[in-house]
Design a protein around this ligand. Structure first.
Ligand SMILES: [Mg+2]
Length: 277
């Protein structure tokens, strides 16, 4: 395990977190049990950065509800928002993805038509279907569907065809990610790459080293969990056995309690390292 030996005051910590199934309960979207710890982290100078498949409009609202600054990564690594809050000279918005129209044109021009037909693009579905698929109340749908870089869809083909579709899409410079409920077509971006870009932009500007904690629950979180210093996995269904570069803290409980469990555990590990130095 490679542990970064930097002068570990808590304001060097960047805590990147997925939301659905990680900080928010996957069925009820409840997060109240985590509010105390979030408040504590912020008061110690720890930056909490949601890194989610959600849109900027949804993330703005969640940051308000969590009472944290609007610094986040939207649509599965497509766009970084609010870096200027951490360092004035940095841009408010840094997009790592091409826009949705370009992505969709690429998709419809290049992907095998037989496979395309099996993709039910959620945008084109009825409101009632969107509500059912996303598991969101009616009043949250317009923010969730207001996507700039990605298109959620349901695939009606079999597993083999899904693999074929994913490979096909990759060949044409696009990417399909699974966010827990639906598949999503987007650019060749990922939560992990966006996180690395976030850290390098910030550290170039501030000349500081940062320690990264990442919390996730699903396969679209794995690349950020693998790239960070302290990976944390919140239980969501049967336990998956994955090896990351650094030792992973795994929760016994589901979100939001599981989030509290892994974050507390990790902060204690970091505190102990500091004492022993
Ligand atoms: Mg998730």
């Amino acid at each position: 395990m490679s542990v970064k030996r930097v002068n570990m005051s808590f304001n060097n910590i960047l805590l990147f977190t997925d939301l659905d199934g990680t900080l928010l309960n996957k069925k009820t979207f409840e997060f109240r049990a985590a509010l105390n710890l979030i408040k504590n982290c912020i008061s110690k100078g720890i930056n909490i950065i949601p890194n989610s498949s959600k849109t900027d409009l949804e993330l703005d609202e969640i940051c308000e509800n969590l009472d944290i600054p609007k610094v986040y990564i939207s649509e599965n690594g497509s766009c970084i928002h609010g870096l200027n809050y951490l360092s004035k000279k940095l841009n408010e918005k840094i997009c790592l993805s091409r826009n949705k129209e370009t992505i969709f044109k690429n998709f419809s021009d290049n992907i095998n038509f037989k496979l395309q037909k099996k993709c039910l693009i959620l945008e084109n579905e009825t409101l009632q279907n969107q509500i059912e698929v996303l598991g969101l109340p009616k009043n949250k749908i317009s923010k969730a569907m207001n996507r700039k870089f990605s298109m959620p869809f349901i695939f009606s083909g079999n597993k083999e065809e899904e693999v074929e579709l994913k490979n096909n899409v990759k060949k044409h410079g696009l990417n399909i990610q699974f966010g827990g409920r639906v598949l999503s077509l987007g650019d060749r971006v990922s939560k992990g790459n966006a996180m690395m870009r976030f850290i390098s932009l910030l550290s170039n500007e501030t000349k500081k080293n940062y320690v990264s904690i990442c919390v996730g629950d699903n396969e679209n979180d794995f690349d950020m969990l693998d790239k960070c210093d302290y990976p944390c996995l919140v239980k969501n269904g049967p336990l998956k056995k994955i090896n990351f570069k650094n030792q992973c803290v795994v929760s016994k409980k589901e979100a939001p309690d599981g989030w509290v469990e892994v974050v507390n555990k990790t902060l204690n590990i970091i505190k102990k390292l500091e004492v022993n130095e």
